[in-house]
Design a protein around this ligand. Structure first.
Ligand code: MLT
Ligand code: ZN
Length: 445
């Protein structure tokens, strides 16, 4: 029996060859072929999908552009992928409310461009910002380099529209930063990875566009010298808008095999440090900063125009895809440690026998520890390595995901290593919001 027969306001894909690409995202996990892929165009499709999912016992797995890193949109047994790429709606900026309304189907690139066209800035900038869907960034609470100063996606969400288990679309939140009428259901949905309902659109918060940047390349001969810099900068009142790094192994690989621009990168390890405060190009600001950098100023390069700045960022932006191309079966983690514990983290990582290389967001302690040989490692040994890594992050007061989320990829570790009370509360919320278990089953919990 075709559980999706005559579904209104929707396109339904059923051919095995059409379903195949929906088995994976950009993580290392792969799911079974979904029962179908549905592209809803209107509320009637969603209402009917919820009714049939409950009646027939299948799951609804939300999907944006499939650029997630934790398998959050990967189907599990007996599920239908709800591909939101055709969900209707347009982008609307309200200059007076400093807000932007957009459907889940909008690309993050278009959202950022629409803000920018009116002189505003929408900070979230996950590495996939040019190809990901806004809906995916809302469901996963995406991060990126700018989170160092501006925080994650959730800091920029004022309201969401979401499909809940009654089959209806509800709006939570208002276009104002002040809204305090009861617990915040907007924020419960953002980052919930589709397990409480499906986010269909949002009202986002904007800010005036930064117009000045200081972008530095900081090469260093002694890799460990970089590790206390994020904390020292913050303590001295310098909050970078981004502070990224490559460890010696990633830098060497980029230099040896990367594109032209990467071959010229200096140092044994390298950081990219950017400020966007008004006045960050002034002499006073730079003097203070150079003072703090001390011996790290040796070999320092500063972008002198926007093109140079973009060239620096281009190399950082391609790192993930570059490593994936060279090590297709690698596992890329995104643990976090408080920036004050970065030195401890790398010292203890060295003692753990986890063959890995690291790069990522040093400024906020969100480290992409990559296990390049994961594909050739025995599963039990790989699990040992990953659990040791997660335990280390937790031990230092951090967490096992900074920005990619839990999804399928980290579900078991999340359940095993989280405080039982935390899981109990999440399960109670799940039962209350999704009593039939139709929303993204088998993810997170
Ligand atoms: C990045 O910052 O490059 C990505 O979040 C990391 C990844 O692709 O694993
Ligand atoms: Zn990242």
């Amino acid at each position: 029996m075709d559980v999706l027969r005559d579904l209104p306001e929707a396109t339904v894909l059923r051919e095995p060859s059409d379903l195949e690409p929906f088995r994976r995202d950009e993580s290392h996990v792969q799911g079974p072929r979904p029962l179908a892929v549905v592209r809803p165009h209107g509320p009637a499709a969603l209402r009917e999908l919820v009714r049939r999912a409950k009646a027939e016992g299948f799951g609804l797995v939300p999907r944006g552009a499939g650029t997630g890193k934790a398998g959050g949109c990967v189907p599990t047994e007996r599920s239908v992928v709800v591909d939101l790429s055709a969900w209707p709606g347009s982008l609307q900026v309200s200059a007076q409310d400093l807000s932007l309304q957009a459907p889940a189907s909008a690309s993050l690139r278009d959202v950022k461009a629409a803000a920018e066209a009116e002189g505003f800035f929408y900070p979230p900038d996950p590495n996939s910002w040019e190809s990901c869907a806004l809906g995916g960034t809302l469901a996963t609470n995406a991060g990126g380099p700018n989170a160092c100063k501006y925080g994650m996606t959730r800091n920029w969400v004022l309201a969401v529209e979401a499909l809940l288990e009654d089959g209806e679309i509800h709006t939570f939140g208002i276009p104002s930063v002040k809204a305090n009428a009861g617990p915040n259901l907007t924020q419960l949905l953002v980052g919930s990875e589709g397990i409480f309902g499906l986010i269909l659109g949002a009202t986002l918060r904007l800010m005036p566009k930064p117009r000045e940047f200081t972008t530095l390349l900081l090469p260093t001969r002694h890799w460990a010298d970089l590790l206390d810099l994020p904390g020292r900068l913050c303590a001295a009142g310098y909050l970078p808008s981004a502070f990224e790094f490559f460890d010696p192994a990633v830098l060497a690989e980029l230099r040896a095999h990367g594109p032209e621009a990467a071959r010229r990168l200096p140092g044994e390890a390298l950081a990219i440090l950017e400020f966007d405060d008004r006045g960050c190009g002034s002499e006073t600001f730079l003097e203070g900063l150079l003072d703090l950098l001390g011996p790290l100023t040796e070999g320092l390069e500063m972008a002198t125009d926007e093109r140079q700045r973009q060239d620096i960022w281009a190399v950082r932006r391609l790192t993930s895809a570059f490593l994936k191309e060279r090590h297709p079966r690698k596992v890329s983690e995104d643990i976090v440690v408080p920036r004050s514990r970065l030195k401890d983290f790398f010292q203890r990582l060295e003692q753990l026998d986890i063959p890995s290389v690291s790069y990522g967001h040093l400024g906020d302690g969100n480290l992409h520890v990559n296990l390049l040989a994961a594909g050739e490692t025995a599963p039990e040994e790989l699990e040992r390595q990953l659990y040791d890594l997660f335990r280390l992050a937790l031990d230092l007061g951090g967490t096992l995901s900074g920005e990619h989320g839990i999804g399928l990829a980290k579900r078991e570790a999340f359940l095993a290593l989280s405080h039982p009370g935390h899981i109990q509360v999440l399960r109670a919320l799940k039962r209350a919001m999704d009593p039939c278990g139709i929303f993204n089953p088998g993810k997170v919990l």
